[in-house]
Write a protein that binds this ligand. Structure first.
Ligand code: GCB
Length: 613
């Protein structure tokens, strides 16, 4: 495994080759693949798209819901390269993968939503190479997300998520070969400080050869403005294992909410003979902070409007698709949103690049979801049922897994101007001392890792009440998922829902946390085209009334600094009596057409255009 999670770029010194396409594929129900030597080549295979989520491609129910081991294989031709490093990058393998190249095991990775990169220089051959990947999509109480596996009578397995989204799996993001110079940029980080007329950009670059660098190398960074003019350039200084320096950009054009200004950045590594490596990226100069009950971008308060989302689309499952992403941003801009949370896992790199270009704010979430022992968590959570979790002996293993994934997420996403906060959990049990100990470790680690020291948060469910929640003091702004008028006092009891919601917010207010609050989930399941007057549960009218009631309440509390409704679009879940063809809380249908609530939000968010507080 290499340390670099930089997005693969082609530059004067770097090449990439896509391995996407149709790969050989085979389920391994008996988990016999390893003992039978499947890494030498699959027999009796079918073809499967990479990237892709396999589930919704099938017409057979057992295959759609397959849980266990499954294998992929492809061949690729490696062009002749001299004195280069060859890396293999997987955008995501869900939930874990073991990789074999030319029959040699070259690495493995746990966690289905973040990239990993393997150095294959010594194993890859000029000419044809065979790449085989063993994937597994089982859930457990040490996996992120958490869940269980049920063993059926015929020996097959079924995934039982403790979370409310379909357990899409496979090689779900692109696979690429990266051909890099032997000495290359491994990572970089930028931290911004703003003053009246200039920005200071504190920069730190790590090279792949940190230890072996004898001091003969130089590292240069330049920032180029929208007109192609160099705004600042600097030769960095070697300090310990990195190259550091502070650039000054005068009269900078700041990256702002829905008004993004991006600069091109280029890092060049050189020796006395010339440039050895170049890495380029798009950067945005901006600061993020929390002061009192305000969330500040470039020192100015912002009010978050938008959505909890999913990577989810018909047939594609969780596969990234530029056209779907484009449509999503168009829909979000149309109704005045400025923010989304990557509920409940880090999304494909391209989502963040898109948000950088559009000026959208992202709360970036690690897949710490389902940390409550229930396959109907979303219902239990909404109703405030206590299900213990952090008292079990496997928790140290879970913690290690979460720490690794927090590290990978921050490493991958830290340079995106769109990322304004990291969310380190969704709706875990937070009322025990054990939960506090667990999350103290996670927050402490994240604080060390983020060079920009962005706000850290997590989304709290109903049982995490002002009186019982032990973990909210860890959060820089407090995120609440609340369903007053749906799971609590829904339908004819909606009047009580309003009282109960106000009562809870009054209790939070009484705590005088001095922190901003953001509603990260509230919503109702709504069948597009279901109408009723007066509004009744599941109808479009009810969804509208629900939101009007919720907004009335939120507007009375000035510590609320954002409203991210649940969910942007209808999405797929496991089957169950609470879900009609999936979760229908979308403001848009799964095909990205508006329900009437989309217009309610549009009206509100356009009126709130200038609301910053
Ligand atoms: C929640 C969960 C989310 C569910 C949602 C629901 O509290 O965080 O994953 O989808 O409720 O619709 O029940």
């Amino acid at each position: 495994m290499t340390g670099s999670l930089l997005y693969p770029r082609v530059t004067s010194s770097r090449m990439k080759l896509s391995l996407d396409g149709m790969w050989k594929f085979k389920f391994d129900e008996a988990k016999a693949g390893l003992s039978e030597g499947w890494e030498k080549g699959l027999k009796g295979y079918e073809m499967m798209p990479v990237p892709g989520s396999f589930a919704d491609l099938y017409t057979d129910k057992k295959k759609k819901n397959y849980c266990g081991d499954f294998w992929y294989e492809t061949e690729f031709v490696m062009p002749k390269v001299n004195d280069k490093k060859v890396l293999l990058r997987f955008g995501s393998v869900t939930h874990r993968g073991v990789v074999f190249l030319n029959e040699v095991k070259i690495g493995e990775h746990e966690g289905g939503f973040l990239p990993f990169v393997l150095d294959i220089t010594d194993v890859v051959k000029t000419g044809t190479n065979k790449l085989v990947v063993k994937v597994n999509n089982e859930l457990s109480e040490v996996s992120l997300p958490c869940g269980a596996v049920k063993k059926n009578r015929d020996g097959s397995l079924t995934a039982k998520p403790y979370f409310d989204f379909f357990n899409y799996s496979g090689i779900q993001r692109s696979v690429e070969l990266l051909i890099l110079p032997e000495i290359s940029v491994e990572d970089y980080e930028l931290v911004y400080e703003l003053s009246e007329s200039e920005a200071r950009v504190n920069c730190r670059v790590k090279l792949s050869c940190a230890e072996g660098d004898d001091g003969s190398l130089g590292v240069n960074i330049s920032i180029i403005d929208e007109n192609g003019k160099t705004a600042s350039e600097l030769e960095l200084t070697k300090q310990d294992n990195a190259y550091i320096g502070t650039l000054t950009v005068s009269e900078p054009k700041l990256w702002n909410v829905l008004d993004p200004h991006l600069y091109d950045m280029s890092i060049k590594v050189h020796d006395e003979k010339g440039v050895i490596d170049e890495y380029t990226d798009r950067i945005g100069i901006r600061t993020v902070s929390v002061e009192g009950t305000d969330i500040l971008i470039n020192g100015k308060p912002v009010y978050l409007k938008g959505y909890g989302k999913h990577e989810d689309f018909d047939i594609l499952g969780r596969t990234f698709n530029y056209s779907v992403a484009k449509r999503d941003f168009e829909c979000m801009k149309w109704n005045g949103a400025n923010c989304f949370r990557t509920s409940h896992y880090p999304y494909a790199d391209e989502w963040y690049q898109f948000a950088d270009e559009e000026g959208f704010l992202i709360i970036d979430e690690v897949p710490a979801v389902g940390m409550m022992r229930s396959t109907r968590n979303f219902v239990e959570a909404g109703m405030g049922h206590y299900t213990y979790f952090f008292e079990t002996p496997t928790v140290p293993e879970l913690l290690q897994n979460e720490l690794n994934q927090v590290e990978e997420m921050i490493k991958r996403d830290k340079n995106h101007p769109s990322v304004i906060a990291f969310s380190l959990f969704n709706e875990p049990e937070t009322t025990s001392e054990e939960s506090f100990e667990y999350f103290s470790r996670v927050f402490e680690r994240a604080r060390e890792l983020d060079p920009q020291k962005r706000p850290l948060t997590g989304a709290l469910e109903k049982n995490s009440s002002p009186e019982k929640c032990q973990c909210y003091p860890l959060l820089d702004f407090i995120c609440l998922n609340r369903y007053y008028g749906w799971y609590i006092s829904g339908g004819e009891d909606i009047y009580e829902a309003e009282e109960k919601f106000r009562d809870e917010l009054n209790r939070w207010k009484a705590l005088e946390t001095g922190k901003p609050f953001v509603m990260t989930e509230f919503g109702t399941d709504t069948l597009a085209g279901q109408h009723s007057l007066p509004g009744t549960m599941w109808s479009e009218e009810y969804q509208n009334e629900y939101y009007e009631m919720n907004f009335r309440v939120l507007d009375d509390y000035d510590f609320i600094k954002g409203e991210l409704v649940w969910n942007f679009a209808d999405f797929q879940t496991s089957e169950g009596i609470f879900r009609v063809g999936g979760n229908k809380k979308g403001i848009f249908t799964r095909e990205r057409q508006p329900k009437s609530s989309a217009f309610v939000l549009k009206r509100r968010w356009e009126e709130l255009k200038d609301r910053s507080k």
